[in-house]
Design a protein around this ligand. Structure first.
Ligand code: GDP
Ligand code: MG
Length: 730
C-alpha cells in the first residue's frame, strides 16, 4: 500500500506497488474502461472502534487516535493507491446509529446523502458485535455498497472467541474482513475486497432485509410502495430506509417528505400504521424497531459466534478496581499527573541542555565570524535569542505530548473522566467534559473542537469557555524557564501547583457560569469505559512527532517573525551608549528625550506597566506578556530577545541571564515572587488568537470570544496580584 500525504498531487509522489496477485491486477486493468480508477470510501462506525487508526494506517496520515469516544469531530480526508486504484478515504465521526439526534449522527447522514461515497467501510469492534452491528443494520437498510471491517480482531482472538465471519458476511449480504488496524493486519485484504465490491464482483454482496417482524414489515411495505410511486424523495436513500425512518418520526426524513406533492397522504398513512403497530406490540414504534434489529443481530451471532470461556477483559477489570476506586482513584490520578510533570521537567532537562549547547555554539559562531553591525545584532539577538530561546523547550513539549497521547490511547483518559464525573457534576458539568479539558493541556484549539461530542449545549459552551485555563504546551516553556530559575528544588510540585491553579480557576468559572448564566442541566448519558489497550510505541511516537513538527513549523513562521519584530522594536531608535548608565528612576520625563532614548519596546512596556506594576512586573515582563497574545510561545522568545543584551552574560543560558541584575536598576528584574506572579498571569490571561477564534467558531458568536479575552485577563490579574502579595510576606 502506497501512502499519499493529504491533498497532494498523486502523479509525482506515488509509485505503483507490485501487486501481490497478478490476477487481481488483470481484473483491475480490464475494468479501466468501464470504471473510473478512483474509489471514494467512507469509514463509518461506533466511537472508538478504530476508524482513525485504520484511516491513518491506510493513508499514512497522523490523525488523532484516542481510546475514548468523540475524538474525531470532523471528516478527515486522505488518499492512497492500492492495486491500481486511487482511494479517497474519509474518516467520519463515530456514531451508534443514524438517528438524527446528535451532531455526529446528523453529520454522518448528511455526508452519506450529499457525498455518496462509492463504498462504505463499516468498522465494527469484533469483541463487541452485539452493539456494533446495530449501526450495520441501519446501513444495510440504506442499501449502499458496503464492506465490514471486523476490527480489533486480535481482541476477539485473545478472548478465545471464535467467529465464522465468512458465514456472517454471507448471511447479512455484506463481505466481512477481519482487521487489526493498530498493526495493519488485514488492511490490504480489506481494500482488495472494497475493489471487488466496487467492481460488482464479490459473491457475498446481496441486498438483505433486516426482518422487522410481520407487524412492522407490513407497514414498511405499504409506505415503501407509496414512496416509490412518489418518485421524488427516494433519490438519495433507499425507499425501505426512508419508510423505516418515516415510521420512527425521523425529523430529517419528515422534512424531506414534506416537499413531496403526496406528503399529506404519506403522513396520514404513516400515522395510521404506527398507531396500529404500537397497539399491537404494546410498545412505542422506535423501541419495537430497535428490538427487532437486535433480534436480527442476536440471531446472526447465535449461528456464527462461539464465545470462549476466558473471562473477557480480565486485566481491564483488575486495573479498574484500583484506578476507578472511590478511595484510590483520585490520588492515583494526581500521582500520574505528578509523574508526568516530573518526567517533563527532569527528563526533559537533558536533551534541553544539548539543544542549549547547540544554540550557544551557533551564537558564538555568529559573534566571531560576522562583522559588527545591525545584521549581526539581528541574527544573534533577534533570531538566535528569540527562536533559539523557544526551541530549547522542544523536548519538554514532546515528553508532555507523549504522556498525554499514552493516557488517551491506553484507555486511562476515559477512567480519569469517570473519576472526575462526581466532581464535574459539582460544577454543573459532566465527566465527559473532562476529556476536552485534559486535551487542553496539549493545545486548546483541538480541545475546544472536541467539545462537540458533548450533547448538552450549555455544558458544551461552559466546557469551551473554561478550556483556556487548561495550560497548553505553548505556556510550558515559561514554567520550565522560571520554575527552573527560581523554584528548581520543587520543580514537579510547582508544576502540579500551576496546573491545579488553572483547573481550580476553570472550576470556579464553570460554577459561576452555571449559577448566573446557564440554567442547570441534567442530561444523563452513558460514560463508556473501553478496555485498556497498550498503545503501540509507533502510534505514540508518531503522534508525538506530529506535534513536534507543528512546533517546529511555528518556530520557522510566527515565532521567527515575532522575534525579529520584538528585536527591532527593542533596537530602535538607536541607543546612545553613554547615556544609559543613569538609573531609570532618576530620569525625569523631560530628560528622557535629551539624555536617554528608550527603545520603542521600552516605551510601550513602560506605558502599560503602571497597570502591571502591582503584580511585580518589570517593563520587560509586561512586554513579553503583551507579545504573547498572538501565540503564547512568543512570551519566551521575547524574553530570549530581551535578555541577550548584556555582553558580560552573553554565554550564560537565559535561565542565568534572567536572574542577573539589571544593568540599569542593579536589581534582578524577576524575583521568586514576581516570577510566580508572572507564571500565573501567563497561565490565565487572554487566550491566544487561535483559541479565541476557535471559541467564536464553536460557539457561533463573537460574544463568547470577547468574554474569554476580558474575563480571563481580569482573573489573571487578580490571581497574579494575590499570589505576588502573599509571596512578598515570606
Ligand atoms: P475511532 O474513535 O473509531 O477513530 O478509534 P481510534 O482509531 O481512535 O482507536 C480507538 C482505540 O482503539 C485506540 O486506543 C487504538 O489504539 C485502539 N485500536 C484501534 N484498532 C485496534 C485493533 O485493531 N486492535 C486493538 N487491540 N486496538 C485497536
Ligand atoms: Mg477517530
Amino acid at each position: 500500500m502506497e501512502v499519499l500525504p493529504n491533498n497532494c498531487q498523486f502523479e509525482d509522489t506515488v509509485r505503483e506497488t507490485p501487486t501481490t496477485s497478478l490476477h487481481d491486477y488483470d481484473n483491475a486493468y480490464q475494468d479501466f474502461s468501464s470504471h473510473s480508477r478512483t474509489i471514494n470510501v467512507a469509514l463509518i462506525g461506533n466511537p472508538n472502534c478504530g476508524k482513525t487508526s485504520l484511516f491513518n494506517i491506510a493513508s499514512g496520515a497522523r490523525e488523532h487516535v484516542g481510546n475514548y469516544s468523540g475524538v474525531t469531530v470532523d471528516a478527515k480526508k486522505g488518499s492512497f493507491k492500492h492495486n491500481g486504484y486511487t482511494f479517497n478515504i474519509v474518516d467520519l465521526p463515530g456514531t451508534y446509529s443514524l438517528a438524527a439526534y446528535s451532531p455526529e449522527e446528523l453529520y454522518v447522514r448528511r455526508y452519506l446523502k450529499d457525498e455518496t461515497p462509492d463504498v462504505i467501510i463499516n468498522v465494527v469492534v469484533a469483541s463487541n458485535l452485539e452493539r456494533n452491528l446495530y449501526l450495520s443494520t441501519e446501513l444495510i437498510d440504506m442499501d449502499r455498497s458496503m464492506v465490514i471491517a471486523l476490527n480489533m480482531f486480535d481482541e476477539l482472538e485473545r478472548n478465545g472467541d471464535k467467529l465464522d465471519y465468512k458465514l456472517l458476511g454471507d448471511m447479512i449480504g455484506v463481505p466481512v474482513v477481519p482487521t487489526v488496524s493498530r498493526t495493519g493486519q488485514g488492511i490490504d485484504e480489506l481494500f482488495d475486497t472494497v475493489i471487488k465490491v466496487y467492481e460488482g464482483k464479490h459473491q457475498d454482496v446481496r441486498h438483505v432485509h433486516v426482518n422487522l417482524g410481520r407487524d412492522i414489515e407490513s407497514g414498511v411495505t405499504v409506505l415503501k410502495e407509496m414512496l416509490k410511486a412518489d418518485g421524488y424523495v427516494g433519490r438519495h436513500f433507499s425507499p425501505r430506509y426512508l419508510a423505516i425512518k418515516l415510521m420512527e418520526h425521523d425529523r430529517e426524513v419528515d422534512s424531506l417528505i414534506k416537499d413531496s406533492p403526496d406528503a399529506d397522504r404519506i403522513f396520514t398513512e404513516r400515522d395510521s400504521q404506527v398507531t396500529r403497530i404500537e397497539k399491537m406490540r404494546n410498545e412505542d414504534i422506535t423501541s419495537a424497531i430497535a428490538g427487532e434489529k437486535y433480534g436480527f443481530i442476536t440471531g446472526a451471532l447465535a449461528e456464527t459466534l462461539e464465545k470462549g470461556n476466558k473471562e473477557i477483559n480480565n486485566t481491564t477489570h483488575i486495573i479498574d478496581t484500583f484506578v476507578t476506586n472511590k478511595l484510590f482513584g483520585f490520588p492515583i490520578f494526581i500521582l500520574i499527573m505528578f509523574a508526568i510533570f516530573w518526567a517533563t521537567f527532569e527528563i526533559g532537562a537533558y536533551p534541553m541542555a544539548w539543544i542549549e549547547w547547540g544554540v550557544e555554539q551557533l551564537s558564538n559562531l555568529v559573534q566571531r565570524l560576522m562583522p559588527d553591525g545591525m545584521l549581526k545584532d539581528m541574527i544573534a539577538d533577534g533570531i538566535i535569542g528569540g527562536v533559539g530561546g523557544v526551541i530549547v523547550f522542544l523536548p519538554n513539549i514532546l515528553i508532555l505530548y507523549f504522556c498525554i497521547s499514552f493516557m488517551e490511547d491506553s484507555g486511562y483518559m476515559a477512567r480519569a473522566a469517570f473519576i472526575m464525573d462526581k466532581l464535574m457534576h459539582k460544577i454543573g458539568l459532566h465527566g465527559k467534559s473532562f476529556i476536552p479539558l485534559i486535551m487542553g493541556f496539549g493545545c486548546n484549539v483541538p480541545a475546544i473542537m472536541s467539545s462537540r461530542s458533548i450533547e448538552s449545549q450549555s455544558s458544551r459552551i461552559i466546557t469551551i469557555l473554561i478550556n483556556p485555563f487548561m495550560s497548553c504546551t505553548a505556556r510550558l516553556p515559561i514554567y520550565v524557564l522560571l520554575v527552573g530559575a527560581f523554584f528548581e528544588k520543587h520543580a514537579a510540585l510547582m508544576f502540579l501547583l500551576i496546573y491545579m491553579t488553572g483547573i481550580a480557576v476553570a472550576m470556579l468559572t464553570a460554577r459561576l457560569l452555571r449559577k448566573f448564566y446557564f440554567k442547570a442541566d441534567e442530561t444523563p448519558f452513558v460514560m463508556e469505559l473501553p478496555p485498556y489497550r497498550l498503545p503501540t510505541l509507533k502510534a505514540s511516537l508518531r503522534h508525538m512527532w506530529g506535534k513536534g513538527e507543528q512546533y517546529l513549523k511555528k518556530m520557522g513562521g510566527v515565532i521567527l517573525v515575532a522575534s525579529i519584530i520584538v528585536w527591532a522594536l527593542n533596537y530602535f531608535p538607536l541607543h546612545n551608549e553613554q547615556t544609559t548608565i543613569m538609573p531609570v528612576n532618576e530620569i525625569t520625563d523631560d530628560s528622557v528625550i535629551n539624555i536617554h532614548t528608550d527603545s520603542y519596546l521600552e516605551m510601550m512596556g513602560k506605558a502599560v506597566n503602571p497597570v502591571m506594576e502591582p503584580l511585580g512586573f518589570h517593563w520587560r515582563a509586561t512586554v513579553a506578556a503583551l507579545a504573547g497574545v498572538p501565540a503564547k510561545e512568543i512570551v519566551v522568545s521575547t524574553l530570549g530577545v530581551l535578555y541577550t543584551g548584556s555582553d558580560d552574560a552573553n554565554d550564560a543560558s537565559i535561565k542565568t541571564r534572567i536572574k542577573a541584575p539589571n544593568p540599569v536598576t542593579h536589581t534582578p528584574d524577576f524575583t521568586s515572587a514576581s516570577a510566580l506572579s508572572f507564571i500565573l498571569f501567563i497561565l490565565l490571561y487572554c487566550p491566544c488568537i487561535a483559541t479565541v477564534t476557535a471559541i467564536v467558531k464553536e460557539t457561533g458568536t463573537w460574544r463568547y470570544g470577547a468574554f474569554a479575552v476580558i474575563y480571563n485577563t481580569l482573573a489573571a490579574w487578580l490571581i497574579a496580584f494575590a499570589a505576588y502579595r502573599i509571596m512578598l510576606l515570606f
